[in-house]
Design a protein around this ligand. Sequence first.
Ligand code: GLC
Length: 749
Amino acid sequence: MKRTLTFLAVLAALSTACSLPAYGADAAIAARVQALVQQMTLEEKVGQLNQVVASGLTGPESAESKNVDKRAAIKAGQVGSVLTVKSVRETRELQQLAMQSRLKIPLLFALDVIHGFKNVFPVPLGEAASWDMQAIEHSARIAATEAAASGVHWTFAPMVDIARDPRWGRVMEGAGEDAFLGSAIARARVKGFQGKGLGQLDSVMATAKHFAGYGAALAGRDYQAVDMSLQQLHEVYLPPFKAAVEAGVASFMNSFNTLNGIPATGNAMLQKDILRQQWGFDGIIISDWQSVAEMVRHGFAADLGDAAARAINAGNNIDMEGYAYSGNLARLVREGKVSQGTLDAAVGYVLTKKFELGLFDDPYRYSDAAREQAVLNDPSHRAATRDVARKSMVLLKNDNDALPLTKQVRSIALIGPLADARRDLEGAWTVYSDPEHVVSLADGLRGHVAKGSRVTVTQGCDIACTDTRGFAAAVKAVRAADVVVLALGEGFDYTGEARSYTSIDLPGRQAQLFEQVRAAAHAAGKPVVLVMLAGRPLIFADAAAKADAVLYAWLPGTEGGNAMADVLFGDYNPSGKLPITIPRSLGQVPIFYSYLNTGRPVPEVEALYGSAYRDSPNTPLYAFGHGLSYTSFKYDNLQLSSTRLSGNDKLTVSFDLHNSGKRAGEEVVQLYLRDPVASIARPVKELKGFRKLSLEPGRSERVSFEIDRDLLSFHHADLKWGAEAGRFELMIGSASDDIRLEANFELAD
Ligand code: GLC
């Protein structure tokens, strides 16, 4: 609210001066922006809206990109920002070129700092499984500190796309299937990246991406069309973006996809009506890689010039590596197809950020080699990756307390293509990949077992696992071992951008490797622990059914091997919960916990005519919010402050959480609500609160949540936001399919 008031005050002050809307919340900066814009030529203004890539491509290289002399363009003031730079040396050199331009407008340097910089944290979907907002914020804080110390001003993160189709490889980059959890994580990541505010030397501009609906790509195929009701868009896919705006995010990136036929990059409803007008966003809006130019291929623009006009007129400020603006915008303004005001407004958003970062006062303030070395080698950063990784791992199954393992175990047979993997543990979207810097699972186990204990490593096959000649050695390794740990799953480049698959089974013949090893182990009475390493939910129902224990470790980053060993040996009691459903089969996709009841729910309606499959239960293999612990928790003494909520009252629900096991542990208690009768069908449950608590054995804590009208509100069929009177069901549980306490209450008119 404060920001908006200041923004309006500045707007009023400047509205008399010129056509330019004010920027940011600082009147002094707005005035400096105003003065600078008035000095700029048309070409210099267009230059500020042109972002070019430095070296590492993160998308297809265009002909224009190959032909442009980027260094000359920077010197001529025709480039406003550069992406994929990642060192003081590189940023200092490019900034020196920009200082040779007529107005010496400094460059912004951008980079995809997605889950760490030099020290790599778990992939974002793994971090989301921690449900630990402090840990997630801390992870982004460290990534920002390292990036800013290396000359980077701007990260293209957090990715906040809700995703419910694990065929889509970018599910790895987000926070899973749920709007409430996704919104909390969006806030945490923006706060982590931006810290105490722009201009701080350990903060970077964050970017909420990809706006919007990108995670709902048809058939899980990246870049594909997205078609959904506006009610679904507002109810499920937009909340994390709105949360990012409320957290003060500095920029937005629109998305490659069409939304109901209109490319997001040229979508005025998204960028002007919702983002600028309704949400009051006053930061930069940038396209995705060449997504301005791609509107021609979408069939939404006749040519590059038409694409440039449609994009900027729909609210897109910067053209990333597309050369649509640089090649056409000046002409479009001269022809009146783009107004001077539209151009100046876009330039103003960019210049405001450069002033807020202090770059006009000192263009090199982030490019300090001594600080870069000190920060990148801070040992606390590496330690933090291990802490966040341990918290992200989800214990899916633990029959007969197969875990934790004892460190005095005589011999462990570690088997599988990820047994001694290092680079793969980092996942995709890493800045520096230094496998020697990474701790493998084999390293971690060997570092934990007692002196004299053995850990043998047998890969059995590579990750693709098409060659089974190594299976015999893997089965042989079982004989000499007391316990078998299988490390299966995906390589680092199986998830991320442009990584859609029609099959998300264990790759190749990994499932057969599991079965041969498992059969030999169980025949010899030896327990089998399955460690899954992946950036997405995989289909592994058979293996899950037959393993004694299953740990989903995601792709856990630099200290992944130590973090996995910490959990496997019980040095850390696993506390992760699934942020996304794990299906039994791909045929169930899309599958998520907050589904509608249908008119023929089973088993209420006989299966013959019920909403069910003939060949599978409707339930997933593992549900949203599921995750076990080495201890146990009891929930009781549920109380409501009232069973009737009216006006702007708040209703408090409280209960006791009790650690009924023998060791300390953390539990993520989850509050779900249901509106059983409403003007549109509402989900059978929706997450509306959660808390991660740590309890010593035998200890209890009274936990409470506040419920108000806002928490009961939703977007009606006409998109109006509000709650509707009537009965509500309240559920408190350890998972969406593990409800421990229930109650009803009324919302009066
Ligand atoms: C890529 C991605 C986007 C990334 C950008 C710059 O295509 O879609 O997430 O930030 O280009 O690398």
